[in-house]
Write a protein that binds this ligand. Sequence first.
Ligand code: 5CA
Length: 439
Amino acid sequence: MKLSRYFLPTIKENPAEAQIASHRLMLRAGLIRQSSAGIYSWLPLGLQVLKKIEQIVREEQVRAGAQELLMPTIQSADLWRESGRYDDYGREMLRITDRHERDMLYGPTNEELITDIFRSNVKSYKDLPLNLFHIQWKFRDEIRPRFGVMRGREFLMKDNYSFDIDEASARHSYNAMFIAYLRTFARMGLKAIPMRADTGPIGGDLSHEFIVVAPTGESEVFYHKSFDDLDVMSETSDVNFDGDLQPLVDRWTAEYAATDEMHDATACDVPEAELINGRGIEVGHIFFFGDKYSTPMGALVQDNTGQKIPAQMGSYGIGVSRLVGAIIEASHDDDGIIWPEAVAPFKVGIINLRHGDEGTTGVCDDLYAKLQAAGVEVLYDDRDERAGSKFSNMDLIGVPWQIVIGPRGVKNGMAELKCRATGEKSEVSLDTVLDQFIG
Ligand code: 5CA
């Protein structure tokens, strides 16, 4: 993408309404634009990141055995009356009446709808276990939408729902999601800590929140310092989701970790020197709630004795749009965003220091063409702007690698390669500067 053609409305000044770094940077770097309180448009740069995150979430869901479908955003109130949640959900639910005076709602979550799909199609234990996910916009009329996409009213969630014949099998489904979640966040460069959690309006008696530690997080958290050394990817590189997952989950939940709602200072036996007290952002939440929905909604399956019993269910949510903010909270500096490579909107930025100069422009055009041909996502700053403003712009939007081309370098056959994360700069020959990007 050439920056001269790219729709990237960046802002120089800090927006007054933004209280935390991620909100400020998302507005300044042109990722989002508020349309009304807690409701945002995603501009091209923001959407590219959102799609990257979505894809990692999707891949890890599929790896753990879940199947993707897509349910609508607008749901019928009748289903929610069956579960009893139509009245319970209160004012957070956006209620709509259609032209036939039917009560509809913009879904804040999908337990009822998926249970309806399940009960009309699945009748036998032979079809279980079943785990279905979708990535869809939700609406919750939050009393205090704030911090940009962190607590929005409209937000993108990955939610899935597991159906099992008995509790042991449901526990396996829960464990698979537990591991899939830790892998998902690790792949995005995040350290997420699983914490025993309160189940709130979703219900059930087994639940974990996944918390990214950040000083601006909404919840206070307490955890054993050993969580800082958790190496999820190497421990799960050959994980078999059909095998026994309990030992791994047991190991990862052995140490103390709790949000303030669950924290009990008297029950917490971690020595003070080993207990970290910080703040965190909830990026995921998983629940096992047995027959809470399957019994009232009649989602019954025949077991191997021919008896009809309610399916054992769990539900699992990831805040996909919130993750964009969480990643920025965890990875930024005074100059701007520092994208982890896995979610970066572009991998490489090219900066032409002398617009209009035949030599630098020729070299930049050539590098750009080669990267594009190799399928490497590249943003080429070909605009007629001062060098300083090009540098600060590329730093602001957080592209992981910058190739800087100036007249002196071109004369000597050299480029400058800068790593955004470390700030390290090196002089590299023009012949080899692309080697690390083109395999
Ligand atoms: N039905 C369950 C699991 S599918 C559920 O809705 N869980 S939840 O309420 O915990 O939401 C799942 C995730 O969505 C949360 O962990 C959080 O990351 C994200 N989320 C929840 N509310 C918001 C919001 N207002 N803005 C942005 N993300 C949110």
